[in-house]
Ligand binder design. Structure first.
Ligand code: R1P
Ligand code: URA
Length: 292
């Protein structure tokens, strides 16, 4: 079994993972992942009890119980680079023995649900709706460092052809959601194909005072179907979550509160209310799936 050295897998003196500061004995296997650290108490306020609260940098974790099931919520901050840290450390916490630093022979699978916000790029996907990402394409540079491997990864040949159509010069990657969790969230009628951008402004077709090198980016991705699917929405984490979860053997789904419509230029009048509704829907689903 592979051994991980103290510089490859950094463990804090209290036995917790380097950035998340979580110990293996603390981690529930049902986790909600949010971007904003301030969203963490907005989720955990619904738990029957909170037994663990941890805060390091942008990573805030609350763990507890709901309807007899242990669960937790963790914030990642913004972006795929943070997802890289979160998923590596979550996987290490369950699949590496922190005493011996050896990979465990029997692997554990986590159930991961992102509750995030996103912008629609199709005029018929309105603001103040929820959307399940069935798959996501990542424009960040993680695939240049990781050989993501899973039957959930999208075809790199098809992605290369699509990048030509949308005039995008760099390699991209893509992966699918957990089909088990897609089934669990069938009560959300809107399902789509998500683009994960490496930034909020020009990488999502927004220019404020800086011009974009790809001025037609938004129109190009909105109108050129990938493998028969039009891209529905843009955010900043989902593709990385899907690629890591698929490669490491975890179940993952990304749920989006659509706050912006980039075609009609509308933005939600009540973003916090929308996020709260999505939190309640998600926790109801987790609680009802736990009932015998
Ligand atoms: C940008 O404002 C942030 O909002 C979206 C994007 O993915 C990015 O993280 O998600 P969250 O609301 O979950 O952070
Ligand atoms: N989050 C994003 O990343 N983009 C949007 O347009 C809205 C929320």
């Amino acid at each position: 079994m592979t051994y991980f050295s103290p510089t490859d897998l950094i463990i804090n003196p209290d036995g917790s993972s380097y950035h998340l500061a979580i110990r293996p004995d603390q981690l529930p296997d049902q986790l909600i992942l949010v971007g904003d650290p301030e969203r963490v108490p907005k989720v955990s306020q619904y738990f029957d009890r909170i037994d663990t609260q941890i805060h390091k940098r942008e990573f805030v974790s609350h763990f507890g119980e709901l309807g007899g099931r242990r669960l937790g919520v963790i914030s990642s901050g913004i972006g795929a680079d943070n997802v890289e840290i979160v998923l590596n450390e979550l996987d290490a916490l369950v699949n590496i023995d922190f005493e011996t630093r050896l990979e465990k022979s029997v692997k554990k699978s986590l159930n991961l649900i992102r509750i995030g916000t996103s912008g629609s790029i199709q005029s018929d996907i309105p603001i103040d709706t929820f959307l399940v990402s069935e798959a996501a394409i990542g424009f960040d540079n993680l695939a240049q460092f990781y050989g993501f491997e899973s039957d959930k990864m999208l075809s790199s040949d098809l992605l290369r052809d699509w990048c030509e159509l949308i005039h995008y010069p760099l390699p991209v990657y893509g992966a699918q959601a957990s089909s088990k969790l897609v089934d669990q969230f069938q009560m959300i009628p809107l399902h789509g194909f998500t683009l994960t951008a490496p930034g909020f402004y020009a990488p999502q077709g927004r220019t404020v005072r800086m011009n974009s090198m790809l001025p037609n980016f938004l129109q190009d991705i909105a109108t050129h179907a990938f493998d028969g699917h039009l891209i529905t929405n843009i955010e900043m984490e989902t593709a990385a979550y899907y690629a890591f979860a698929a490669s490491l053997g975890h179940e993952m789904i990304s749920l989006n509160a659509i706050l912006a419509n980039r075609q009609t230029h509308e933005f939600s009048q009540d973003p916090e209310g929308q996020i709260q509704k999505l939190i309640e829907l998600t926790l109801d689903s987790i609680a009802s799936h736990n009932r015998p």
